[in-house]
Write a protein that binds this ligand. Structure first.
Ligand code: 5GP
Ligand code: MN
Length: 344
């Protein structure tokens, strides 16, 4: 990674009166919220006077315990406040996304803002929309990269327990509790630092993963027993949820998080998907193993993107036609060990 932008960043952050806005992506996950809040609290510790963290929409309730979570401005609820903060910012940090389209209702304000746009992100192929890019795929998460940025500025003394808890949450959730994107020794070294600050990893795990509602658990059960299709010949499996399924299980933001991973856990399955029928579109998530590149799949067919082994997209077609087309696509791409996805 080219670290010269970190030196520029250190200079830019010398003036503590600058108006700073942190933005992350729509449907925020643990890394979006954890890296935003971790960096927000760090900047506060660094005595910045005007810092706000903005998300395009609400975040799942299992992240509500994070230090500073109450201070986040949700653009879906306070659009004017969010857009005006973004448009009038001096510095805009863009965290955990590689394309401003991912900021949904905030995308227009991105075009209008005069602030310096600084990307800190771990997705491949960031767009050319930022003034500085601190970007590498060789980390577990944006949260981990935030840690490196703080160290790169020689400000490690400002990482306190609250900052550590936020960044740790980004790492835990983006690695599926250390099951993928986690073969980096450095990740564990960083966690060692967090533990020395008093971080309780077991407790955080319980706060994130052991706070299901009964409805959420039953939605998972329903997804696996009734709505899972396994296509062994294509080494693929997918789960589908109709709007009526969501309604029956009183769906709340975040309730479908992680379900797709179960489809990938079947022996011999290398590609998994979930299709979720939402109000105006079908939301799609992909997970894969090894060299099967679902980022390419999401980009090519589903107006989406993401990482090699975890990506997502959406479609305005009906859920039934999406599933039919997906099976046709699978037939094609599973030939030759998914080489079609590797080549692009
Ligand atoms: P998830 O499937 O958990 O929603 O997202 C997995 C990864 O794919 C994340 O890195 C996320 O940023 C990315 N992703 C999910 N949905 C979309 C989308 O609609 N567009 C793009 N560009 N990336 C997405
Ligand atoms: Mn991430």
């Amino acid at each position: 990674m080219d670290i010269s932008p970190i030196h520029s960043l250190k200079k830019i952050l010398e003036d503590k009166t600058k108006k700073i806005v942190l933005v992350s992506h729509v449907n925020p996950d643990g890394d979006a919220v954890g890296s935003s809040l971790g960096f927000y609290l760090f900047l506060k510790n660094d005595l910045h006077e005007n810092v706000v963290s903005i998300l395009p929409g609400g975040f799942p309730s299992f992240l509500a315990w994070l230090p500073g979570a109450d201070s986040i401005i949700i653009a879906d609820k306070e659009k004017e406040k969010a857009c005006s903060a973004l448009e009038n910012a001096d510095i805009v940090f863009c965290l955990d996304f590689n394309d401003t389209d991912r900021t949904a209702v905030l995308a227009d304000s991105f075009k209008k803002t005069k602030g310096i746009k600084i990307l800190i992100d771990h997705h491949p192929d960031p767009k050319d929309q930022f003034d500085f890019r601190i970007s590498t795929t060789q980390v577990s998460s944006t949260a981990e990269l935030i840690y490196e940025v703080i160290l790169g500025m020689n400000k490690q003394h400002l990482i306190d327990l609250d900052v550590a808890q936020c960044l740790y949450t980004g790492i835990v959730t983006d690695t599926g509790s250390f099951s993928y994107a986690c073969n980096y020794p450095r990740t564990y070294y960083i966690i060692g630092h967090f533990m020395n600050l008093g971080l309780n990893g077991e407790q955080i795990h319980r706060q994130i993963y052991d706070t299901y509602s009964e409805d959420r658990l039953r939605l998972l059960g329903h997804s696996l027993s009734k709505n899972l299709k396994v296509l062994e010949e294509y080494h693929a499996a997918y789960i589908f949820l109709y709007a009526s399924d969501l309604e029956n299980f009183n769906y709340q933001e975040g309730d479908s998080e992680g379900i797709v991973n179960y489809a990938l856990s079947i022996k011999g399955i290398h590609l998994a998907a979930i299709f979720i029928e939402r109000e105006d579109q079908v939301k799609i998530s992909f997970r894969s193993e090894g060299e099967v590149n679902v980022n390419v799949l999401a980009r090519k067919y589903y107006r989406g993107g993401g990482h090699k082994n975890a990506a997502g997209g959406s479609s305005k077609k009906s859920l039934d036609s999406i599933m039919n087309e997906f099976e046709d696509i699978l037939k094609e791409i599973s030939k030759d060990d998914f080489r079609l996805l590797k080549d692009v």
